[in-house]
Write a protein that binds this ligand. Sequence first.
Ligand code: NAD
Length: 273
Amino acid sequence: MKQRLSGKVAIVTGSGGGIGKAVALRLAREGADCIIADIDMKKAEQAAGEILSAGQRAMAYSIDVAHVAQIQPMVDKTVAEFGRVDILVNVAGIAQTKPFLDLTQDDWDRIIDTNLKGTVFCMQAVGAQMMKQIPEPVKKAGKADRSHGKIVNFSSISGRRGRALQLAYAASKAAIISVTQSAALAFRACNINVNAISPSVVPTGMWEQLDEDYARVLGTSPGRSMQDFIARIPLGRAGSPEDMAAAAAFLCSADSDYITGQTLNVDGGFEMN
Ligand SMILES: NC(=O)c1ccc[n+]([C@@H]2O[C@H](COP(=O)([O-])OP(=O)(O)OC[C@H]3O[C@@H](n4cnc5c(N)ncnc54)[C@H](O)[C@@H]3O)[C@@H](O)[C@H]2O)c1
């Protein structure tokens, strides 16, 4: 495989499992050293072990991204162990399926804190570190010559339109599109690229849970809601974690240096703008 990321250091949140793990494994295969940052340390250690046994450097790190105070120590530890941070992929996220009238303040806070606040403050802490790494002459010139960092966030098709049963989740994912644009503008002089990926259906632990919840709330059989979503995907199949990882690797590589502030639909054509 082409080594587009050799010498790069990447933090991937939510990379103990699901899409995040596939992203970390792909970045490592392209040459990056990876920090596997997850709330589930057992899963993080397992994913880091897979990368280490494939010959790349990796470190498992326990973090709840919903707690802002835990974010800077993750960046500090990465710099202490690996010397720098070149890539941040914010994958950690949670979903919930519940009628709007049953939504509680606790539900709202949990989802917004994890999906939105975690993404925003990881971008802030890592962005500040990326800015520190820019050589002095480039800083003095006031305009960066080339890309000095890559940030990729995870939105969703649920961020493109409302969802009656996922109001908080859809709100968090719509806001990811906005904060991706704002951060891209905030970091433009430093030439840090900030983009997002919007998946449709990717069979992971999150979708297993969604399927069960849809079945309970709608009174349908398990598996039905996933089949209904897939039936609306023009390419006729669910996405794989590896499909998401391939797009993330592109957005983390020099091949996407002229792309910033965008949310890329990696959804088999489910949404077209
Ligand atoms: N699976 C899909 O179909 C789909 C579709 C659209 C968007 N997404 C988005 O993609 C991302 C990954 O989804 P997935 O399907 O792989 O989910 P998943 O549940 O399979 O994996 C999520 C990972 O994040 C970790 N995590 C959860 N809360 C965390 C926290 N507070 N701090 C740190 N780590 C935490 C979990 O331990 C897990 O390893 C999410 O942001 C999700 O919203 C997924």
